[in-house]
Design a protein around this ligand. Structure first.
Ligand SMILES: [Cu+2]
Length: 346
């Protein structure tokens, strides 16, 4: 229910910033020249980079956009989730100071409201009030956890950071009366730390005898359809089990800053059109070119497993923009370059 509304708000936010970017472009460029249709890949960078400034420019377009979004909210929506420990007055506050590598820890936290008090009223999203995602900052460790609600707005989760290092923890929440947001904080486990390289771009992932393939391309600034196909022993899996109200749950994180991105499943169990595999479809929107880590949770045979991929958004191999603003809507031709960019297997 809330997801479409969130998407609309987010798209509206992008529209405002996109409009602001065009406004800046035409103000700086030749006067009287018709504003060129900016290619999506060109506009996505500056639009998503200039969050701070965009609010003011957005005001200039307020007359056009007043019906769709308030400028201040639009700017907040434009910032990817997970990068801030505090947003819109809501703050993620860890209550557990020390976590030792490899040791299960009862990690506790609150989310405080603008009035400073812990939030106790959350909307359920995908079957849970709080989705708690933990990744190593090198994006090789991923955990999707669901904390227990305690008295006074204190949440507790059994957490094991497998190795020494720096981790990012996200609380994906929807405080009642506010809007959905994802707060993030760093976690630390002391000890020798050897960060791993980002796994190579790949369209295939193996986990526990399952093979998951990724079809579709991430296009900056556009809702991108991703289809993940699950097979086992060479046969398509057609009896996936619902997990968190869907046949799969996909988290997308940007390499470099670990921005947590919007991903919406297409369809849900029992809607009369969504099949329990082998394919699971999502719509993901990435704000920029670059590499992203995708983590797919799916349930089969009573066990939830995670398949992970590194995917590249945009075509880094072809930086020379084609003069014609051709929206790269058709994904044909890109898989080949993905293979070219992975000369060495793992
Ligand atoms: Cu969750």
């Amino acid at each position: 229910m809330n997801t479409p509304a969130k998407l609309v708000t987010y798209v509206a936010g992008l529209a405002v910033v996109f409009g602001a970017a065009l406004g800046v472009g035409s103000a700086v460029g030749e006067v009287g020249a018709p504003p060129k249709a900016t290619a999506p890949s060109e506009s996505a960078g500056p639009a998503s980079a200039g969050h701070g400034e965009s609010t003011g420019h957005g005001d200039k377009n307020g007359g056009q956009n007043s019906a769709t979004a308030k400028p201040a909210q639009a700017a907040a929506q434009d910032t990817p989730g997970g990068l801030q420990v505090s947003q819109n007055g809501y703050t993620l506050t860890p209550l557990t100071a020390t976590i030792k590598a490899g040791e299960p820890t009862d990690f506790a936290f609150t989310v405080t409201a603008p009035d400073g008090r812990p939030v106790t009223d959350f909307q359920v999203q995908h079957d849970k009030k709080v989705h708690f995602i933990v990744v190593s900052r090198d994006l090789t460790v991923f955990q999707h956890l669901h904390p227990e609600e305690g008295a006074g707005g204190v949440w507790t989760v059994k957490l094991t950071l497998p190795e020494a290092g720096v981790y990012r923890a996200y609380a994906d929440i929807f405080p009642t009366g506010a809007s959905a947001l994802t707060l993030g904080t760093d976690l630390f486990a002391a000890g020798d730390y050897a960060p791993k390289a980002l796994p190579q771009v790949s369209r295939t992932a193996e986990v526990d005898g399952y093979t998951v393939t990724l079809d579709g391309d991430l296009t900056p600034g556009k809702s991108s359809k991703l289809t993940l196909k699950v097979s086992k022993d060479g046969k398509p899996v057609t009896d996936l089990q619902p997990y968190l109200g869907a046949y799969g749950h996909l988290v997308a994180l940007r390499a470099g800053d670990l921005a947590y991105l919007h991903v919406h499943p297409d369809g849900e169990p029992g809607d009369g059109r969504t099949k329990p595999g082998p394919e699971i479809t999502f719509y993901a929107e990435v704000p920029s070119t670059g590499d992203y880590r995708l983590f797919l949770d799916f349930q089969h045979g009573g066990t939830v497993r995670t398949a992970d991929f590194t995917a590249r958004a945009g075509q880094a191999a072809a930086p020379a923009a084609s003069p014609a603003a051709t929206p790269s809507a058709d994904p044909s031709g890109s898989p080949a370059s993905d293979h070219d960019s992975t000369p060495h297997g793992h």
